[in-house]
Ligand binder design. Structure first.
Ligand code: NAD
Length: 476
């Protein structure tokens, strides 16, 4: 059920001398061995990607789109196989893994369409002169994808790169390599020319330290923590290399007094526990109008407690384990710090069970601003619910962190919505829903949540350069 893991370089699958265990976070059992790339493998990947770029950048956009769509269709056909390997390596419920495969395919399908719409323009000029603006693929992309969505995170980066005419070397997350392996298989089977997509694994700092300084690498595309993103941005700047950074978030949810409190509380609790809270857009800091606070908190806590936690392979499980051993002590420390500073622990707060990296769905109430969790992204199934006296106070709370990725609000008041749109500092604001993005909408952050956008009509801009051509008909 779990695929054999290999590097994919220059159109060939390759094993290596060194490998690391891949562990099922629900059982702590080894399910595969991850091959680690050597410096020689990385040099081969660079050479392959340079050759791939020469071929792919000259391939007609429609032909590129055809191959991307064929690969996406294969991923849809293989949905069950891919979903099962993702649940094994990541722990998320199988039903959620299945949806992730569809979302990944949609990213490819959207960008395949956009490949044919990277229009330039003609600028009016004097007679005998032509000014034309061309959008051209930037070159080889070094991409780094995280472990929270093993299929759809690599899909976003590969889709943008390939649709634009770039070649790519992807380092997928060590903990969850199977999603990227399945994507590479689908492209191999769909007839992608050799070297256009290359897949490597290994020690992250060694791989980024080797690839980013390479002269042929023209874009670094990363999704992960702000700390690592900052490090890679600094490295890229030393080589004048562009970056696309999708970094951390710490999403606020503003619950106004006019909303349906029961519906907002239930949807908040369900959404918070999705993917065990390991989502950069996960709703975490809930600012609830004081007149509705008690009711909202009670309903939220009831629904959080009712979450069915277990091995994602079992039917009806709503939340699996956290994805790796690091998460449990990290979450425990954040909860203990909040309680020590005066927060009320309404439910959860500790590891669940003896085996697997399970953490109880957790709700903290009345958390003081001095608690670490008010500034640090928990990236786990932990919600903070605090009362606020006014919309002013809620917006100030929402904007009080260095992050600005997703933000949410529940209200039908037009005057409130007008202010929220103008004043909440995020790249993605959702009103009366906790969905944050679709393939056709631009996704990305402000402040320390990153630079650039993925998806939407903006998504391919990161992967393209703008060239202006001044063509004079006569020599002058
Ligand atoms: P981390 O910062 O150690 O690693 C995050 C990711 O970056 C991993 O995939 C890792 O392989 C990669 N990475 C780390 N060092 C690297 C380097 N020098 N070069 C290239 N890649 C490198 O954190 P973690 O413990 O794995 O995850 C916890 C934090 O990561 C969370 O708090 C969250 O902020 C962030 N995260 C964000 C997203 C997202 O979707 N934005 C996804 C996963 C993790």
């Amino acid at each position: 059920m779990y695929p054999e893991l290999k590097l994919f370089i220059g159109g060939q699958w390759r094993a290596t001398g060194t490998d690391l265990p891949v562990v099922n976070p629900a059982t702590e059992q080894e399910i595969g061995r991850l091959p680690c790339a050597t410096a020689g493998d990385l040099d081969d990947a660079l050479e392959a990607a340079e050759n791939g770029f020469r071929v792919w950048s000259r391939t007609a956009p429609r032909a590129r789109a055809d191959i991307i769509l064929r690969a996406a269709a294969l991923m849809r056909e293989r949905q069950e196989d891919i979903a099962r390997s993702i649940t094994l390596e990541h722990g998320k419920p199988l039903a959620q893994a299945r949806l992730e495969i569809i979302r990944g395919a949609e990213f490819f399908e959207w960008d395949a369409g956009e490949a044919m719409r990277t229009y330039g323009r003609v600028i009016p000029a004097a007679h005998g002169h032509k000014f034309t603006v061309h959008h051209q693929p930037v070159g080889v992309v070094a991409a780094f994808s995280p472990w929270n969505f093993p299929m759809s995170q690599p899909a976003r980066k590969i889709a943008g790169a390939l649709a634009s005419g770039c070649s790519v070397i992807l380092k997928a997350a060590e903990e969850t390599p199977a999603g990227a392996v399945h994507i590479a298989r689908a492209f191999d089977d769909a007839g992608l020319p050799a070297g256009v997509l290359n897949l490597v694994f290994g020690t992250p700092s060694e791989i980024s330290g080797h690839l980013i300084p390479a002269p042929s690498v023209r874009l670094v595309a990363f999704t992960g923590s702000t700390t690592v993103g900052r490090h890679l941005t600094t490295l890229a700047a030393q080589h004048d290399t562009r970056v696309l950074m999708e970094l951390g978030g710490h999403a606020p949810v503003i619950v106004c007094e006019d909303t349906n409190i029961q519906a907002a509380a239930v949807s908040g609790a369900i959404r918070k526990m999705r993917n065990a809270g390991q989502v950069c857009t996960s709703p975490t800091r809930f600012f609830v109008h004081q007149s509705a606070f008690d009711d909202y908190a009670a309903r939220f806590v009831d629904r959080a407690r009712a979450t069915a936690v277990g091995n994602g392979m079992e039917p009806d499980v709503e939340m699996g384990p956290t994805a790796n051993a690091r998460r449990v002590p990290m979450l425990t420390a954040l909860v203990e710090d909040a309680v020590a500073k005066g927060a009320t622990l309404a439910t959860g707060g500790s590891r669940s069970g003896e085996t697997g990296y399970f953490f109880h769905p957790t709700v903290l109430l009345n958390v003081p601003d001095t608690a670490r969790i008010m500034q640090e992204e928990p990236f786990g199934p932990v919600a903070v619910i605090n009362p606020v006296a006014s919309l002013d106070e809620a917006i100030a709370g929402a904007n009080s962190v260095p992050y600005g990725l997703a933000g949410y609000a529940f209200t039908n008041r037009a005057d409130y919505i007008d202010r929220l749109v103008d004043e909440v500092e995020v790249g993605n604001l959702s009103i009366n829903t906790l969905e944050a993005s679709m393939p056709e909408t631009p996704f990305g952050g402000v402040k320390s949540s990153g630079y650039g956008r993925e998806g939407g009509t903006e998504g391919l801009e990161n992967y393209m350069t703008v060239k202006n051509v001044w063509h004079s008909v006569h020599i002058n």
